[in-house]
Design a protein around this ligand. Structure first.
Ligand SMILES: [Zn+2]
Ligand SMILES: [Zn+2]
Length: 301
């Protein structure tokens, strides 16, 4: 699983920083998460093929999280896309995008499928044989969801030496990889654990932005491998979190600690601070394994 941060700063774009957008590469999918202004340019810069993106997840309808979407949709058309594009986002996103297209007397030559979200409870919004995606309801000034991406546990790995030793015919391999014990033609019963190794651990990634401190997300993200949590402010600006519905680095770290995640990535920094290192310093006093997102940074998860 790879995560490329295209943008991770709050509010206005600046010469060297971009609003929120990231690409999660998971089991052959390229999931685009949020699409702030400048996302297309960032995709180009980081050589991510537009044609590999088939699913876009939008957390909420603040401009710094979706103003890049109309441009991207229109570029897909100019590039001659014909594959379906699935967009998951708050109710209203379809109206916003279709109005822009309509006023420009334009439409896409590929199918644009909107999956509009309005539930205040977590929902399973995507599933195939390898991956699931659930919403994580957040607490922000407008309706907002984070997203929990989970790999499914793969097939068991065949122990090549063991199958040779027991002279197991290839015809049984399919069931063995599925975890079944087998009975050979000669009547011998062989336990699955003698023929296989455990599959690689299934990984998980939780994206939580934007949100005020919301401890009730902890059970849903318990033990995830990586948590991206917004930290717009430092504790010195705690008084602003209530009104703006954003979190501090310390609060993000508290969520990470209570959820027992393996790694915390901070982002969505207010640009009022001199250095983003300050966010890490604050978070690390609560939770040890903290990394800072930054535009263009690649995380191998
Ligand atoms: Zn934001
Ligand atoms: Zn917001």
């Amino acid at each position: 699983m790879n995560l490329t941060i295209l943008g991770c700063y709050a509010a206005t774009p600046r010469t060297l920083t971009n609003p929120t957008s990231q690409v999660l590469e998971i089991k052959n999918h390229m999931f685009l998460i949020d699409c702030g202004e400048g996302t297309q340019v960032q995709l180009r810069k980081h050589k991510i093929k537009f044609s590999r993106i088939n699913h876009i997840f939008i957390s909420h309808l603040h401009g710094d999280h979706f103003f890049g979407l109309p441009g991207l949709i229109s570029t897909f058309r100019l590039l001659g896309r014909d594959k379906e594009m699935h967009i998951y986002g708050p109710k209203g996103i379809k109206e916003a995008i279709t109005l822009l297209l309509k006023l420009g007397d334009s439409w896409t030559n590929y199918l644009l499928v909107f999956h509009e979200l309005s539930s205040k409870k977590s929902e399973l919004i995507f599933e195939d044989d390898k991956v699931t995606v659930e919403t994580i309801p957040l607490n922000h000034r407008v309706y907002t969801n984070g997203f929990l991406f989970k790999e499914k546990l793969g097939e068991r790995k065949l122990n090549v030496d063991a199958v040779a030793k027991y002279k197991v015919d290839k015809a049984y391999f399919h069931n063995i990889k599925k975890g079944k014990n087998i009975i050979l033609d000669d009547g011998r019963k062989i336990e699955n654990k003698l023929l296989t190794f455990d599959p690689p651990a299934a990984k998980s990634y939780a994206f939580c932005s934007d949100t005020a401190y919301k401890p009730d997300i902890v059970p849903q993200i318990k033990n995830v491998d990586t948590l991206y949590h917004e930290s717009t402010f430092l504790e010195s600006e705690q008084h602003l979190t209530d009104r703006t519905k954003h979190a501090t680095a310390k609060e993000a770290a508290t969520i990470a600690k209570n959820a027992n995640v393996k790694k915390l990535i901070l982002g969505h920094y207010s640009t009022r601070y001199k250095s983003i290192q300050l966010f890490k310093e604050e978070a690390i006093s609560v939770f040890e394994n903290v990394e800072l997102a930054d535009d263009g940074k690649l995380f191998n998860l």
